[in-house]
Ligand binder design. Structure first.
Ligand code: GCO
Ligand code: MG
Length: 403
């Protein structure tokens, strides 16, 4: 078999997506997601200008060799742009291999380990009452795991809280919008939020919270400790993880489980966190961590240390990523949970798919491949629109802070 053509499709059905489609001389096609929120065109160019010329004529069955060729062959290793591009190729190649075998992708990975994939949904509100209502709405919709975020009194714009009344979208402006931040206000408010949420939902529902890299290790330790009475499923990204040692300090002081890794792009980013058992869940995704081939290596390393998976699944990952992720989750032995932030109907219509959500669980389909395609004619009706993630500044003096 030979790869005969490759196309990068950039479209914006309500938000930007970068999709790679591969064609073969045997008529089989494969699709991969390469969306890097706020930096989409960098990956599109990396694919178009640097990767695609090397793919034409290659045997798409040689997934491992192509992965190594793109990784080692670039000389410049890792980074979100490179690894998202490699991920898109890898996902499309697994799609082709599974189609040529006539099997759903999870069968190639080793078969089904579970009947369905537990999803966690996003409950956000401008204040505690609104968040509690949203958590209950999710509970009634069948979610067993719910992430709770709320506005903080005194702060105007906070991560995760929509100001427009519509569904929250992280990339919200044609230039970065500015949020404000005050750690002391947040640290006082968050235990109150979870006290109210836990009281409302009872003991059974898993509760999650995203700190979004905003605290120092000591502040994160304090927050983790103050949330212990509410039995969180996880506290996510408590502090930036460039310095993996920072998590030792958090770990020494709290038993609140920790989840990290949505911005990671290789096994090297999580090595120390996993080997020292400084985290409980690894949040790397198919799209940003080098595809199925590399994510599998990360999950296998994590399994040695009883770290479970909790893949990133915000709306900036396309329905293609979700399809591939669900096949992965259906197989991976050390599965934890899958993030699910539903796409709009407009977004879903561009990506015909066979995965589905039902009563708090996600299910991959049984069609050969990963079960997601792109409707290129429809996609062409939604041209790229520049959009950025926000930045964050300290309320008292305007210093730039992690967003
Ligand atoms: C999450 C994430 C997202 C990111 C977004 C950035 O946990 O879902 O933190 O909301 O901010 O994916 O592009
Ligand atoms: Mg997050």
């Amino acid at each position: 078999m030979k790869i005969t053509a490759a196309r990068v499709i950039v479209c914006c059905p309500g938000r930007n997506f970068v999709t790679l489609k591969l064609e073969t001389d045997q008529g089989l096609t494969g699709v991969g997601d390469a969306t890097l929120n706020g930096r989409e065109l960098a990956v599109a160019s990396y694919l178009q200008d640097h990767v695609i010329p090397c793919l034409i004529g290659r045997d798409p069955q040689q997934i491992e060799d192509i992965w190594q060729y793109l990784y080692k062959g670039a000389y410049w290793r890792r980074g979100p742009v490179t690894m998202s591009a490699i991920a898109a190729v890898d996902t499309a190649l697994w799609d082709i291999k599974a189609k040529s075998a006539g099997l759903p992708l999870y069968q190639l990975l080793g078969g089904r380990s579970r009947t369905g994939v537990m999803a966690y949904g996003h409950a956000t509100g401008r204040d505690i009452d609104e968040t509690v209502d949203e958590v209950l709405r999710h509970q009634h919709a069948g979610y067993r795991a719910i992430r709770a975020q709320s506005g903080v009194p005194g702060l105007v714009k906070v991560y995760g809280v929509s100001t427009t009344g519509r569904m929250y979208e992280p990339a919200d402006n044609t230039l970065p919008s500015e949020h404000d931040w005050d750690t002391a206000l947040y640290l006082r408010h968050t235990p109150r939020l979870f006290e109210a949420v836990r009281l409302a939902v009872g003991d059974e529902t898993h509760l999650l919270h995203d700190v979004h890299h905003r605290l120092t290790p000591l502040e994160a330790a304090q927050l983790g400790k103050s949330l212990e009475p509410y039995g969180l499923f996880w506290m996510e990204d408590p502090t930036p993880a460039e310095n993996q040692e920072a998590f030792r300090l958090i770990r020494q002081h709290t038993t609140t489980p920790l989840a990290v890794g949505e911005v990671f792009n290789s096994i090297w980013d999580c090595k120390q966190l996993i080997e020292e058992q400084l985290i409980d869940y690894i949040r790397t995704t198919v799209t940003h961590a080098g595809g199925i081939t590399h994510l599998r290596r990360i999950a296998d390393l994590a399994a040695l240390y009883q770290v479970r998976t909790g893949s990133h699944g915000a709306t900036d990952l396309s329905p293609v990523c979700m399809g591939a992720a669900l096949h992965f989750d259906t197989w991976v032995p050390n599965f934890g949970v899958q993030e699910y932030m539903p796409h709009s109907q407009e977004m879903l219509s561009v990506f015909p798919h066979d995965w589905r959500f039902d009563n708090g669980m996600l299910y991959c389909g049984e069609t050969p491949g990963h079960g997601v395609d792109i409707d290129e004619r429809l996609a062409a009706r939604y041209p790229y629109q520049r959009a950025y993630l926000p930045v964050n500044r300290l309320r008292h003096d305007g210093s730039l802070h992690s967003w």
